[in-house]
Design a protein around this ligand. Structure first.
Ligand code: ZN
Length: 118
């Protein structure tokens, strides 16, 4: 029998829009993904709390299209994340930092003679 999640435990606010979300780990890929905190019959995912208290989620598939046992139907927060009107969304966090470059001209190290301007 499907269940409903704890109303507040594990719920956090989305950085971008402030909505109540829960972070879950996707079964199979191990990716972390945000879910809307409240279950929805429109959800394309089934979430449940695993034995160690973490929330795990699987995408509902054709052969397992309904939540089972302790799962509840969840909506991926990506689909409803929207900052409040009039507020600019924050730019996404860059995945990799650009390589650090040495400055073309370096100041002399301590004890080295000052480079004379030509
Ligand atoms: Zn959001």
């Amino acid at each position: 029998m499907p269940t409903t999640p704890h109303p507040t435990r594990g719920v956090t606010a989305c950085d971008r829009c402030g909505a109540a979300i829960r972070w879950a780990t996707e079964i199979g890929t191990g990716r972390r993904m945000p879910l809307n905190a409240l279950p929805s019959p429109m959800g394309g995912y089934a979430a449940h709390t695993n034995g160690s208290g973490g929330l795990v989620v699987r995408e509902l598939t054709r052969d397992r299209a309904e939540p089972e046992y302790l799962e509840w139907k969840a909506v991926a927060h990506f689909s409803s994340c929207a900052p409040p009107a009039g507020q600019q969304p924050r730019p996404p966090v860059p995945r990799a930092r650009p390589a650090r470059r040495r400055p073309a001209v370096q100041p002399p190290l301590f004890g080295q003679p000052q480079r004379r301007p030509r």
